[in-house]
Structure formats: structure tokens, C-alpha cells
Design a protein around this ligand. Structure first.
Ligand SMILES: NC(=O)c1ccc[n+]([C@@H]2O[C@H](COP(=O)([O-])OP(=O)(O)OC[C@H]3O[C@@H](n4cnc5c(N)ncnc54)[C@H](OP(=O)(O)O)[C@@H]3O)[C@@H](O)[C@H]2O)c1
Length: 480
């Protein structure tokens, strides 16, 4: 059963898809009145609607309006000032209909009580005046209908709460509702809100920074890559990891690239291994770095020389840290997965997916999602299949699509940026699947922000746009 965080993700993603809080609140409140109306004749019945200051209370204010329309004698108590514009708007509508809204109550005198005090936003022990209100409801003989959840029931499905005779819950059951007679109603949250990654995933799941945080707490990433032919790819991954908010990035590169890599920026700690490319000789130099970091990117710019591909497998067999395997390194893993104990995220495009699995991906996103899900389970790795619609799949059967991004992102190096973000978000403490989902969304969102202003972009610009993208997402969607 999804937890309350999941419902907040859905609310935000729903708004992003054009079905906003006002519309959901209207549908929710109307559904409560309709369910009640199906069970009893509301004409002339004395109904008391008890509302809190959050959106659960807003749903109650809407329900009051529809109950009034159904002929009930409705009184409304609101325990404070509504916090959202949507709830304030519904309070104004009720007042325009001549409904007096009281701020407290002495006795609970009604045949039906609609409990819209606290919904999924409850945090910790219930405080006054809510506790007293819940006690009053429980002491009354009225028929008790709770909106979404019995007030007081927390995200684990525990806590002192309204002893509801009926719960009208929205979209999907919540923890603890199995103890109450419950009706689940559809309030118009689009299917895409859960099928696709959206800003809700980022707002809810990106770890918050503590004010008193110390250096290193926001994660350390190691990027291993490059060859005599390609020096830039690992730098792009490293830059993106840093821009996704980690504290430190280590770069391990072949000695031919050491000076150019070190000269690029003072932001990285650069280490070298012998030769022109990654090989068995590199492993003793790179392995000690693993204990300094929280996640790894392996692959950008490695090239496909046989000794490199063999070293990739050898390295992954000893790497205990979550590892994002990108680009050429993916090709080394054909017929080698699953690797025992490895915690991998593979980020293939369709061609690399073919090199990995021998299977051509279908074009259509849903069919692609099905194939990716099967392979994620088969390979024991999170897959982020890049495309005009990205597919993210976990070995446990989770699958999401991502639709951010645009054709300007075919510029070289944007894939390296993406793998850097994935590793960065893992290092900041996210689950591999969530990190892959959010990275795909943020990467595409950053690309979309850039192309609002111009017609093309470079991978370095994309990496540098990541913090702006994250800020924009929080500013636009963080308060929903
Ligand atoms: N998008 C939508 O419109 C939509 C979609 C689906 C469902 N919903 C409805 O919205 C509800 C969630 O709304 P919401 O996030 O605004 O939260 P809420 O469940 O309405 O609760 C938030 C309010 O409760 C107070 N509160 C939290 N913990 C408390 C405690 N322990 N004791 C006393 N008061 C406490 C908060 O005050 P403080 O801030 O002072 O703590 C805040 O005013 C759902 O349950 C559902 O009914 C809305």
C-alpha cells in the first residue's frame, strides 16, 4: 500500500499534468456527499461538518456545499484559518451561500458528522483543539464519516483517531484503513501522475539539507572513465554529480589524461592510473578510492578495447558501492549479469541496450517499459533506458516513464551528465530507482529550461543548469 508521501507525489504530479488542487478538492468533497447520499436520504438531516485548516478541511468545506445542495441542514465548524488558496476559496463559496462557519463548538448535536479535521498531513501526536474535537466525535452517537482518513490516523496507520463508521478515501487505500468500512473513490488524479516521473518525485524524495550539516554529509562520488581518445566524458559526469548537490567528487583517469583533467577545474580530486585506458593495471589504483565514496560512475569515455571491458567486469565484482554503469562499460556486461552483491544502475540508450541484451527495443513507450522491466529483473539491476521517452525499471518490478527533455539534448555528452546526476543523487542518500527516476526528470527539465532561451545546448551547459532546474522545480511545485 502506498504511504502518504506517495500521495503527495501524486498531488504534485497531478498539478503538473493540469489537474490542480482546486479540481481535486472539488471532486473529493463532492464524492463524500455523493457516497453519503447513496446510503441515506439527506433531505432535512442534521449534518455537522468539522474542518481542519489543511486541504482535508478544504475537502470538508466542499462536501458541506454539496450536502447543502442535497437538502441537508448543514452546519460547519472550522478550527482556524485555512492554509491553502483552494480551501480559502471554498470557505468564501460557503459564506456566499449564507452558511455560517463557526470556529468552535460546545456540543456535538447532529445525526451525521463529517470528519474533515486531519487527513494525510497529520504529523506526530494530535494537538489541541483537534484532540478535543476527535474525543467529542467519538463520544457522540452520530454517524461518523471521515474524509480520506479518520482524523488522527498517521502515515503508519496508527494513532488515536476518529472511530469512523465510514471512510471515503481518495484514489487508493491508505495504511490502517483496513480496520474501517472504507469506500475508495476516484478524484481525477491522472494515471500519468503515477506512471510518469514528475516534479512531485523530486520535491518529495530529494534529501533535504540540514542547517548544521558537515562536509561530506551530502555525499561523495567517484567517476572512473576516459581513455586516450576521450578525456571529456568523465569530466561531464563529474561536473553533473557536483551540480546535483554532492560535496566531493573524485575522478580516476588514465595517466594520459591526468594533466588535462586536473587543469579543467579546481573542483575535483583527480587520481591517475597507468596507461592510456582502464585495464587490470588500473584496479589497484582505483580500489582504495572506493572506501572514500558513496557511489561510483563507471564508463564515460572508456572505449571498447578488450582489456578495458575485462577490467570493467573485474572492477564491478569487487565494487561494494552502488555503481552507475554507463556508455562503453555497459557493453562489457553482456552475459555477465547478474553480478552477486553488485548494486548497479545501467543507463543504456537503445543501441547499448541491444549490445547488453541482444534484444531490439520497441519504439512505443509502454512496450519499451514492459521489455525494460523484464530485463531489469533478469539482470538484477536498475535500468534507465534513455530515449525521447526514458524508461526506468527496477529488478523489483517498479517502472516509470520520463517525458522531460527535448531534441536539443542529442548533443554529445548529455548521457554523461545524466549518469553523473544519478550517482550524485544516490550519494545524497536516495534509493537507486528513485535516483534514476529523479535524475532523468531533472536532466530533461534542465534541458527544457535551456531551450526556452535558445535553440541548442552543450553538455557542460546542461550540467551547469542542474541547480537552476532543481530550484525551479521546488519554487513552482514545493508548496503544493
Ligand atoms: N490535491 C488535493 O487537493 C488533494 C488530493 C487528494 C487529497 N487531498 C486532501 O488533502 C489532505 C491532505 O491535506 P494536507 O496535506 O493539507 O494535510 P491535512 O491532512 O489537511 O493536515 C494538515 C493540517 O493539519 C495540521 N496538523 C498536522 N499535524 C497535526 C497534529 N499532530 N495535530 C494537530 N494539527 C496537525 C497542520 O497544521 P500545522 O501546519 O500547524 O502542523 C495543517 O493545518 C488529504 O488527506 C485529502 O483529504 C487533497
Amino acid at each position: 500500500m502506498p504511504g502518504v508521501e506517495e500521495f503527495r507525489v501524486l498531488d504534485i504530479n497531478s498539478t503538473w499534468l493540469g489537474v490542480g488542487v482546486e479540481e481535486l478538492m472539488e471532486n473529493a468533497g463532492r464524492a463524500v456527499a455523493e457516497v453519503l447520499g447513496e446510503r441515506t436520504d439527506l433531505e432535512g438531516r442534521r449534518v455537522l461538518v468539522l474542518c481542519g485548516t489543511g486541504n482535508n478541511g478544504g475537502d470538508g468545506l466542499v462536501a458541506a456545499r454539496y450536502l447543502l445542495e442535497a437538502g441537508a441542514r448543514v452546519s460547519v465548524v472550522l478550527l482556524g484559518e485555512p492554509k491553502s488558496d483552494a480551501a480559502r476559496g471554498n470557505l468564501a463559496k460557503l459564506r456566499r451561500l449564507g452558511v455560517k462557519v463557526r470556529r468552535s463548538f460546545e456540543r456535538l448535536d447532529a445525526e451525521i458528522v463529517v470528519d474533515a479535521l486531519l487527513g494525510t498531513g497529520v504529523r506526530g501526536e494530535v494537538r489541541e483543539p483537534y484532540r478535543r474535537a476527535i474525543e467529542a466525535i467519538n463520544g457522540s452517537r452520530a454517524f461518523k464519516v471521515s474524509v480520506d482518513v479518520p482524523s488522527g490516523l498517521n502515515e503508519r496507520g496508527e494513532g488515536y483517531c476518529v472511530a469512523a463508521d465510514l471512510v471515503v478515501t481518495f484514489h487508493a487505500p491508505k495504511p490502517g484503513l483496513e480496520r474501517f468500512p472504507t469506500v475508495v473513490v476516484d478524484i481525477g488524479i491522472p494515471q500519468e501522475a503515477s506512471r510518469c516521473v514528475g516534479p512531485g518525485d523530486v520535491v518529495v524524495r530529494l534529501p533535504k539539507r540540514r542547517r548544521e550539516a558537515h562536509k561530506g554529509e551530502h555525499g561523495r562520488v567517484l567517476v572512473v572513465g576516459g581513455s586516450a581518445e576521450y578525456h571529456g566524458a568523465p569530466l561531464l559526469s563529474a561536473r553533473a554529480a557536483l551540480r546535483s548537490g554532492v560535496d566531493l567528487v573524485y575522478l580516476a583517469v588514465p595517466e594520459v589524461n591526468f594533466e588535462v583533467t586536473r587543469g579543467f577545474s579546481p573542483e575535483f580530486i583527480v587520481r591517475k592510473y597507468p596507461g592510456e585506458r582502464f585495464s587490470a593495471r588500473a584496479i589497484p589504483e582505483v580500489e582504495p578510492l572506493l572506501e572514500k565514496v558513496d557511489s561510483v560512475v563507471l564508463g564515460p569515455g572508456l572505449g571498447v578495447v578488450e582489456e578495458t571491458l575485462e577490467a570493467v567486469v573485474e572492477f564491478l565484482n569487487l565494487c561494494q558501492k552502488p555503481c552507475v554503469v554507463d556508455a562503453d562499460a555497459i557493453k562489457a556486461l553482456r552475459d555477465r549479469l547478474p553480478l552477486k552483491g553488485a548494486r548497479l544502475v545501467l543507463t543504456p540508450h537503445a543501441g547499448e541496450f541491444y549490445a547488453l541484451t541482444g534484444e531490439r527495443l520497441p519504439q512505443e513507450p509502454e512496450a519499451r517499459a514492459e521489455a525494460a522491466a523484464e530485463w531489469a529483473s533478469e539482470l538484477g539491476a536498475v535500468l534507465l533506458v534513455k530515449g525521447s521517452v526514458d524508461v526506468i525499471a527496477s529488478p523489483d518490478g517498479e517502472v516509470r516513464l520520463n517525458r522531460t527533455g527535448n531534441p536539443a539534448m542529442t548533443a554529445g555528452g548529455t548521457g554523461d551528465v545524466l549518469s553523473g546526476i544519478v550517482a550524485g543523487l544516490i550519494a545524497r542518500g536516495m534509493r537507486r530507482f528513485d535516483a534514476a527516476c529523479c535524475a532523468a526528470f531533472i536532466n530533461g527539465y534542465a534541458g527544457d529550461l535551456l531551450t526556452e532561451e535558445r535553440r541548442s545546448l552543450t553538455a557542460l551547459e546542461l550540467a551547469d543548469a542542474i541547480p537552476h532546474a532543481i530550484k525551479d522545480i521546488f519554487e513552482r511545485f514545493g508548496r503544493i
